[in-house]
Design a protein around this ligand. Structure first.
Ligand code: 5GP
Length: 192
C-alpha cells in the first residue's frame, strides 16, 4: 500500500505571486502534486481558467456547499468567499498523492485546527517588500481603489502571521522561490 500523501499549504498575502509559483511547481512531476482547486464567488480575472484556477460559483452555490458540509475550510476575503472542497483532499492523500492548497491565513488556521499534524507542511510566501507588493496588486487589479486598499491592509495583517508557518520563503525571484519550495517538498517526502 502506498503511504499517505502530504498536505501542503501555500499561503501569503494577495499579490505575492502564489498563483505563478503554484503553476511553476505543478510542472514538476517528481513532486506528485494534486492541486486542490478552490471554490470562489469572485469574478473571473482575465487569463484565469474555470476549473484550473478556481471553480467560479454563485453565492447560492457557495451556501449550498457550506450547508452540505463540503468544505474543509473557507473564508471571506474582501468581498468574496473562498473555500476548499473536502472530498478530493482526503481521497488523493490516501492514494499517495501530495495535495497542494493555496489558501489565506485564516483558512490555514482552520486547517491547523481540523487536520492531523502528521503530513502537514505549511509554507508562507513573503514579498521582498511591502512597496513591491503594493505595485504588484495595483498592476494586476481590475478592482476599484477601495478594494485594492482593503487587499493591502489585509496583506499587512497576513504578513504578521508568517511566524505560524513551518517555512517562510521570500518571492524575490520566481524561479528561486519555486526551487526552494520544491526542495522543501522533496525533503518532506523523503522524511515521511
Ligand atoms: P484572489 O482573489 O487574489 O485569487 O484570492 C484572495 C485570497 O484568497 C488569496 O490570499 C488566496 O490565497 C485566498 N484563497 C484562495 N482560495 C482559498 C480557499 O479555498 N480558502 C481560503 N481560506 N483562502 C483562499
Amino acid at each position: 500500500m502506498s503511504k499517505k500523501g502530504l498536505l501542503i499549504i501555500l499561503s501569503g498575502p494577495s499579490g505575492v505571486g502564489k498563483g505563478t509559483i503554484r503553476q511553476e511547481i505543478l510542472k514538476d512531476s517528481s513532486l506528485n502534486l494534486f492541486y486542490s482547486v478552490s471554490l470562489t464567488t469572485r469574478e473571473m480575472r482575465p487569463g484565469e481558467v474555470e476549473g484550473r484556477d478556481y471553480y467560479f460559483v454563485s453565492d447560492e452555490e457557495f451556501d449550498e456547499n457550506l450547508a452540505e458540509g463540503n468544505l474543509l475550510e473557507w473564508n471571506r476575503f474582501v468581498h468574496n468567499r473562498y473555500g476548499t472542497p473536502k472530498n478530493k483532499v482526503e481521497e488523493k492523500r490516501v492514494s499517495g498523492q501530495n495535495v497542494l492548497l493555496e489558501i489565506d491565513v485564516n483558512g490555514t488556521e482552520q486547517v491547523f485546527r481540523n487536520v492531523e499534524k502528521d503530513g502537514l507542511v505549511s509554507i508562507f510566501l513573503m514579498p521582498p517588500s511591502f512597496a513591491e507588493l503594493e505595485a504588484r496588486i495595483r498592476k494586476r487589479s481590475t478592482e476599484p481603489d477601495e478594494v485594492i486598499q482593503e487587499r493591502l491592509s489585509k496583506a499587512a495583517a497576513e504578513m504578521d502571521k508568517a511566524k505560524n508557518y513551518d517555512y517562510v520563503v521570500v518571492n524575490d525571484d520566481i524561479e528561486k522561490a519555486a526551487d526552494k519550495i520544491k526542495a522543501i517538498i522533496h525533503e518532506k517526502m523523503s522524511a515521511e
